[in-house]
Design a protein around this ligand. Sequence first.
Ligand code: PEP
Length: 254
Amino acid sequence: MRIPMIAGNWKMNTTVTEAVALVKEMRPELDRIDNVDKVICPPFVSLAAVKELLTRSSIKLGAQNLYFEEKGAYTGEISPLMLAGLCQLVIIGHSERRQYFKETVETVDKKIKAAFKVGLKPILCVGETPKENETGKTKEVLSKQLSLTSSQAYNPGGLTLAYEPIWAIGTGRAASGEQANQTIAFIRQHISKQYGQEIAQAVRILYGGSVTAANIAEFINQPEIDGALVGGASLKASEFLSIVKQTSSFKRAK
Ligand code: PEP
């Protein structure tokens, strides 16, 4: 039984003051919702303040990235050791990192390993560009993005995957539930071929790309989809709460 997850990726939005206000607004109601792993991923500079606000809360905290070295002359980077005491999860390989900061399959893999080493649970993002989609390369691209991840990454409670087609991120043009379900089923089959059916059935795979309160039902209704990575809509308390609530009640009704 895979517990659903809704993770909010705040990206490069909110000052510390704004982040604190948003958490204060969401926490009481979010805490009342069970049956779903609730995760928020504010910018690095707000993690410490938000951690304080989440004392004795069921809401989990995640970072949006890390560097794979533990320490040293890497000006401006944030190490896994720095994050280990602050949060429980970390988004790795988001398409914006791959696209704007030239992250590769190899650097993403190093980051996954570095996160596990300090006990951080990665949310690994994979997904194809519009061109790759149009030219029928989606499966090839996803297979490559998943090629280096080791079997240990899939130990119970370890890695969460997020399938995020780049053409759907921040565009308001979400995939259809059926489309997303088919591609996530392919990802599960791919993992099954690599590591076996048991591991493939246990891994959580989220959908991400223009998820809102108005369309979340379409995704969580699908058998292969275990929740969502939410960008824009996670910055509005009422939207995010509604997404989490709908996920909780659908999975309970099942
Ligand atoms: C994301 O940032 O991972 C994302 C899916 O963004 P949005 O929901 O805004 O498309």
